[in-house]
Design a protein around this ligand. Structure first.
Ligand SMILES: [Zn+2]
Length: 436
């Protein structure tokens, strides 16, 4: 029996993953089948809270091998690979509803949804919800088809994300271990040893998004008043509990391992005919206008793609990544990953591959007059010149020199803090030897 929920948190507090630990504890008379799933959905949707993450858990009667995937108080959380039978759907609905009502932040801006179902929705629902904006009516129809029951609070927008999380059949997956704080510490500054976090990348090679080595800041520690102490992400789930214990910190109140689509690029549309706002794309193109820095420190660059020209933006929070984008010149060939915003219509860059650098030339002097040999003066536009002595007009012929390029061909991405949860970091992409 699958249980999924979403949109229980608000921008300022709580966290849907914490509710997952409460559900696991409350339903410990049933067995947990597989890993709890933390599923990030379309990062472009306008009403997302912090990370647009939904949760899905599966309960049953465990059989065969099991492993410890967490600790909640005295409860060692075990996960079983297979299930021999389902708990009662109505019973699960009733018990989870109570928890959802207890922990949701509906008095703030949450719009929680809970779905309980004996079988998951079509995987198509996941792929649409991670890449587009899906209307709720369509989701409700799919829930009726599979015999799911749903609870909607304060509008119940969360039903969409919950159903999508349940519909996820991983093609690619990562894991995250989340460590939580004792309740009396919620909202106070977190005690986590930065030096230990800095060492994670080297000590646990399959982990990623740990530390900003330029700003010298841990990236695993949230800055909201939520119950999470820190979260470590990685490809090898067996490394994560040890990675967690290698970080000295205030006491860890509870911890739990999640399977996730974080770091997978599942949100990126690779085959497309036109670019639509509220989706994210892989775009190939040639730089046609040199990058310009606009007020606010954002850098804008124009790319010619198969679907016409599109402005790409490296926003201020992407920090040193903007320095890379500023080095591009017309003629450079790129692969760009990013979300298309509606207004202003820009592709918000998540990472780029510089595929080929153009020859960058700079004018050294104006041409000499073909009639009298005197240096000509520029007429301003279109590369036209006029001789100051005899008035002869001519186009082109200026002397240029090659400007050495300050960047190399290859991949570039923003610092950890400016990355999407779902974007595949280059560390992971390069380890997998993936071409774009
Ligand atoms: Zn002349």
């Amino acid at each position: 029996m699958y249980v999924a929920f979403d949109d229980t948190d608000s921008v300022t507090s709580m966290c849907t993953t914490f509710l997952a630990t409460e559900v696991v504890r409350a339903l410990s008379d049933h067995d947990l089948i597989g890993y709890p799933r933390l599923v990030r959905l379309n990062p472009s949707v306008p009403w997302k809270t912090r990370g647009n993450g939904a949760l899905c858990l599966r309960f049953g009667k465990g059989s065969g091998a099991s492993s410890v995937i967490g600790q909640i108080g005295d409860l060692k959380v075990r996960s079983h690979r297979r299930s021999l039978g389902d708990p009662d759907q109505d019973e699960l609905m009733e018990r989870c509803s109570r928890l959802l009502r207890l922990w949701s932040r509906t008095q703030e801006d949450a719009s929680p949804g809970l779905v309980v179902s004996p079988s998951p929705p079509s995987p198509r629902l996941y792929w649409r919800t991670v890449r587009e904006v899906v209307p709720k009516e369509e989701v409700m129809e799919e829930l009726r088809r599979i015999g799911a029951s749903a609870l909607e609070l304060s509008g119940g927008r969360g039903v969409i994300g919950a159903s999508a999380a349940m519909a996820w059949r991983p093609r690619d997956r990562t894991y995250e271990v989340l460590a939580y704080r004792a309740k009396e510490r919620w909202g106070t500054p977190r005690q986590v040893m930065p030096q230990d976090v800095e060492r994670l990348d080297a000590r646990f090679p399959s982990t990623f998004n740990n530390y900003d080595h330029v700003a010298r800041r841990p990236a695993i520690v949230p800055h909201s008043p939520c119950p999470i102490l820190f979260g470590i992400r990685g490809d090898d789930v067996s490394e994560l509990p040890e990675a967690m214990r290698s970080v000295s910190s205030e006491p860890v109140d509870r911890w739990l391992l999640f399977m996730s689509n974080q770091g997978t690029d599942d949100h990126i549309v690779r085959r497309w005919r036109e670019l639509r706002p509220w989706s994210s794309y892989r775009v190939e193109g040639e730089v046609v206008r040199a990058p310009a820095t606009i007020p606010g420190g954002h850098v804008i660059l124009r790319l010619r793609t198969k679907a016409g020209e599109v402005d790409c933006a490296a926003y201020e929070p992407s920090k040193e990544f903007r320095g890379v984008v500023r080095q591009l010149v017309p003629g450079d060939l790129l692969v760009a990953f990013g979300e298309l915003r509606e207004r202003p219509r820009t592709l918000n860059l998540e990472k780029i591959e510089v595929v080929a650098l153009a020859e960058h030339r700079r004018k050294v002097s104006n041409p000499a007059c073909p009639d009298c040999g005197k240096a000509m003066g520029s007429m301003g536009r279109g590369g036209w010149y006029r001789c100051k002595r005899c008035g002869r007009k001519a186009q082109g012929g200026e002397r240029t020199e090659l400007v050495p390029r300050a960047i190399e061909e290859g991949w570039y991405e923003p610092p950890v803090r400016a990355r999407r949860h779902i974007s595949m970091p280059l560390k992971r992409q390069l380890a997998r030897g993936l071409r774009s």
